[in-house]
Design a protein around this ligand. Structure first.
Ligand code: AP5
Length: 204
């Protein structure tokens, strides 16, 4: 769509609970980008009580990916709605399959870079179980967390290699404290990482 031409797009990827949402909050506060989380958009659709929303709950409870067309449509509509006031978009939780990325880029806008939060399955599980008590999310339970991790390793890891080959991947070690991770995020967004990725925390 014309409205979105020339807008900056940053994809944010990483396994469940790696801290995408936590870091996006900080990025928005510093850089002013518009944060769109595919998971949040889907949960809003469920809450709306629409027919489409009813079908989504079951898939999300199983930790599987919902149909690409649904996510793409929700993202595109949200981007168009914010286009006039936004100086760039942080697309959190998307793409989760290589085809999601290629479809987005050919139909909406090319991405500038991809932030990838690398984190071990143990750490992600621990964080999500910690959050489970209060999140109220249908997918924050031990069984679904395992499935979300499986989906990540089978469907989303290829996304990482895809953008690495294109030279667009910014790999961040997400195993550390929030502020240390954010320092690396800023370096990556400011292009100050000196071409070296994933050596988090060493540049100070
Ligand atoms: P989505 O909502 O995207 O969930 P997710 O990827 O599983 O990730 P989360 O939002 O749960 O975690 P996060 O990485 O944002 O971590 P957070 O900052 O919250 O997707 C949900 C479902 O929707 C999917 O399973 C799928 O069904 C569907 N879906 C979504 N996108 C889709 C798509 N593109 N295509 C198809 N289906 C799609 O942090 C987690 C916890 O850890 C918090 O408690 C936080 O406080 C804590 N924490 C964060 N960072 C740190 C740190 N550095 N140290 C210690 N604790 C930390």
């Amino acid at each position: 769509p014309d409205k979105l031409k020339g807008k900056k797009v940053i994809f944010v990827v990483g396994g469940p609970g790696c801290g995408k949402g936590t870091q996006c909050e900080r990025i928005v506060a510093k850089y002013g980008y518009t944060h769109l989380s595919s998971g949040d958009l889907l949960r809003d659709e469920v809450k709306s009580g629409s027919e489409r929303g009813k079908k989504l709950t079951e898939i999300m409870e199983q930790g599987k990916l919902v149909p690409m067309e649904t996510v793409l449509e929700l993202l595109r509509d949200a981007m168009i709605a914010k286009a006039d006031t936004s100086n760039g978009f942080l697309i959190d939780g998307y793409p989760r399959e290589v085809i999601q990325g290629t479809e987005f880029e050919s139909n909406i806008q090319e991405c500038d870079c991809v932030l990838y939060f690398e984190c071990s399955a143990e750490t992600m599980t621990e964080r999500l179980l910690g959050r489970a008590k209060t999140s109220g999310r249908v997918d924050d339970n031990e069984e679904t967390i395992k499935k979300r991790l499986d989906t990540f390793y089978s469907a989303t890891e290829p996304v990482v290699s895809h953008y690495e080959e294109k030279g667009k991947l910014r790999k961040i070690n997400a195993e550390r404290e929030v502020e240390a991770i954010f320092a690396d995020v800023c370096a990556a967004l400011d292009g100050k990482e000196g071409g070296k990725e994933d050596e988090g925390g060493k540049e100070d």
